[in-house]
Design a protein around this ligand. Structure first.
Ligand code: IFM
Length: 442
């Protein structure tokens, strides 16, 4: 099936994304300390297939092959994350230079192939020693994070083209600390709010640390999910507003100078004088990670939550059972523009992608037409938003490689490139060739 595609601006940033624990492996190499994900993955029953990220895609040793794949794809940027426990094995103290050496090599390899390095500082792999001291529930972790940002900037600040402080702080708070399905496995429900504030404080302090080293531009990558109401009553609308505040506004309102939204019942005592100014330090780019909207209706009497999440019917579904709703991305981009107006910096879509059960055929080829359709639909949605006046300057596919999908282990494949985990053989899927043809237009 062909997908007629619009033309994007000549300077549009085309990229792909990954994260450290999901691809690197080499969990004990060169002085790396344990992270909360090592602990969690090694705890029985936490990961559906019992796997860990100990080896993952062995990218730590195969990064040159993976950069060659990026070069073949023609992308202008690669978003990767830096493993804090490689840089500071216990989350404090001087840098472990052997750990930083890896990122130094990776950055130079990228630049040598004409690919802009886009570095995320925190993609959920908190050093275990910091978790033992309270993790993101402890305000001190925000200070530690800024010190770590300074160490990384001192080494890589001259070559990284875009810094992303945090990846999806909402998901780290909700799945990791609210519902216990991600590391560190805490089940605090709304008592997880300090994790939001301390991550945001860490973000703001890290922005200052990066700028003090002359390292910019700076961004944050938030996860967004526009609300689709599954009912028309006032109670449904109130439930939708509560969910929207929690998922879409809790992290973005304070970042863009509006303070915390009232709806989720955030405890103001957490917020000390000056915190909101630190958090609202100007950023250059807002990273938007989008996968699907969320269906919401009013909660039943006695529910601990002020909303109920319901399946969205009538859409194709990915292997994760997530509905495929490209229009949701356009609606989200327009909503961000309408909500934040002049306070909204340029947007880059820092993650967009889908999992399917991709299997090589008898000739070793991997056809993934659903992923091509998914990407075509979402790129068209981005183009529609640009045409409507939203400043969107880049799009990163999640992900370059099939990789270790957190609590789902190796059971969900998101890559443009298939990985055989037994042999570490990489096989570009048909979506890889399709995406290359979007990036390199005649
Ligand atoms: O794999 C994750 C990534 O680490 C963060 N955003 C969502 C992706 C798919 O679940």
């Amino acid at each position: 099936m062909t997908h007629p595609m619009p033309v994007f601006p000549a300077d549009f940033r085309w990229g792909v994304s990954t994260s450290a624990y999901q691809i690197e492996g080499a969990a004990a190499a060169d002085g790396r300390g344990p992270s909360i994900w090592d602990t969690f993955a090694h705890s029985p029953g936490r990961i559906v297939d019992g796997s860990t990220g100990d080896e993952a895609c062995d990218h730590y040793h195969r990064y040159a092959e993976d950069v060659a794949l990026l070069a073949g794809l023609g992308v202008s940027a690669y978003r990767f994350s830096i493993a804090w426990p490689r840089v500071q094995p216990t989350g404090a103290g001087p840098a472990n230079q052997a750990g930083l050496d890896f990122y130094d090599r990776l950055v130079d390899e990228l630049l040598g192939h004409g690919v802009d390095p886009v570095a995320t500082l925190f993609h959920w792999d908190l050093p275990q020693a910091l978790e033992d001291a309270g993790g993101w529930l402890n305000r001190d972790t925000a200070t530690r994070f800024a010190e770590y940002a300074d160490l990384v900037a001192a080494r890589l600040g001259d070559r990284v083209k875009l810094w992303i402080t945090l990846n999806e702080p909402f998901i780290h708070m909700s799945l990791g600390h609210g519902m216990g399905v991600h590391a560190p496995g805490r089940m605090l429900l709304f008592d997880a709010f300090p994790v939001a504030h301390h991550q945001l404080l860490g973000h703001g302090l890290a922005v200052s640390a990066l700028r003090a080293r002359g390292s910019s531009p700076v961004a944050i990558a938030n996860n967004y999910s526009p609300v689709r109401l599954a009912g028309g009553t006032d109670a449904d609308r109130a439930a939708g507003a509560a969910y929207d505040a929690l998922h879409n506004r809790l992290f973005t309102d304070p970042l863009l100078g509006l303070g915390y939204p009232e709806e989720p019942g955030f405890d103001p005592a957490l917020v000390r004088d000056g915190d909101l100014d630190v958090i609202a330090a100007p950023i250059d780019v807002l990273g938007v990670n989008y996968y699907n909207p969320t269906g919401i209706r009013a909660a039943e009497e006695g529910s601990p939550l002020p909303f109920e999440i319901v399946p969205l019917d009538g859409y194709p579904r990915t292997a994760f059972d997530w509905p495929v709703v490209p229009d949701g991305l356009r609606d989200l981009l327009l909503q961000l523009r309408d909500r934040y107006g002049a306070a909204l910096p340029p947007i880059q879509v820092t993650e967009s992608g889908c999992a399917y059960d991709d299997v090589p055929d008898a000739d070793g080829r991997v056809a993934d037409p659903e992923r091509i359709a998914y990407l075509a639909g979402h790129l068209r949605a981005v183009h529609e938003a640009i045409a409507a006046g939203v400043e969107v300057t880049g799009y990163f596919v999640w992900s370059l490689l099939d990789n270790w999908e957190w609590a789902e282990g190796f059971t969900k494949r998101f890559g443009l490139v298939h990985v055989d985990y037994a042999t570490q053989r990489r096989t570009p899927k048909s979506s890889y060739a399709w995406f290359r043809d979007q990036v390199i237009r005649p």
